[in-house]
Design a protein around this ligand. Structure first.
Ligand SMILES: [Mg+2]
Length: 232
């Protein structure tokens, strides 16, 4: 039997949009713990891991990174605030075509679907539970695993292999995300990459990073289905 096709999904801008709830919760965490106002206001956090975001904010505010203790406190506060921010976020949505994709492909024995996200593991779970799609994802690599997105993906592959008891070949891994950072991290591992323009980047911008497939959104059923059938 051929090894399965392992698909790793990014969360923000790929599966869901929180309409800023995630950023507001992390900003509030920084304000409550560090006293910094609008900590994420000076850069675009899209595609970065949560730990990388936290260090970047700290470097901007005081010229040095967070200590592990500070990081833990900021993240604990963030995770406390996140459910409330999501509940208040009227613009939260599961992105078009995602539900169909998950229902269709999660039942297949030759495909494993997990997460490859910069979100903390708990943060990803909270965000996906809010949209009722967390049960589709039984493993993943998370922003709580590593600072570097490539290492996050590698952890997702390792967990997928452990959970399924199957060998995973890197050329049979598909990384799906909405930013150039997702594409670059996937390519670095030797995985196939799919970029989707439901985050801050347009199709033309994503194309310049040469992913294997670029989608405007996940409602492009035929493109997705024919591509996956060719890869599986
Ligand atoms: Mg994203």
């Amino acid at each position: 039997m051929k090894p399965p096709l392992l698909i790793l999904f990014d969360v923000d801008g790929t599966l869901i949009r929180t309409d800023g709830a995630g950023v507001r919760a992390l900003n509030q965490g920084f304000l409550d713990i560090m006293g910094w106002e609008n900590a994420l206001g000076n850069f675009s956090p899209a595609g970065m891991t949560d730990m990388a975001i936290a260090h970047r904010a700290a470097r901007w505010f005081r010229g040095s990174e967070l200590t592990p203790e500070e990081m833990q406190q900021v993240f604990e506060r963030y995770l406390e605030i996140l459910p409330r921010e999501l509940a208040q976020s009227s613009g939260y949505r599961v992105l078009p075509g995602i539900q169909r994709f998950l229902e269709k492909y999660s039942l297949r024995g030759d495909i494993l679907i997990g997460l490859g996200t910069g979100n903390l593991e708990k943060g990803a779970a909270i965000k996906l539970e809010h949209g009722g799609i967390s049960d589709f994802f039984r493993f993943g690599g998370y922003g709580s695993d590593a600072l570097d997105r490539t290492e996050v993906l590698a952890m997702g592959i390792k967990r997928g292999a452990a959970l399924s008891g199957l060998d995973i070949l890197l050329e049979r891994v598909v990384v799906i995300g909405d930013t150039p950072l997702d594409v670059e991290a996937g390519k670095q591992l030797g995985a196939r990459t799919v970029a989707v323009a439901t985050g801050p980047y347009r199709v033309s911008e994503l194309k310049s990073f040469q992913p294997d497939l670029v989608l405007a959104h996940f409602d492009e059923h035929e493109k997705i289905d024919s591509c996956l059938e060719g890869w599986v």
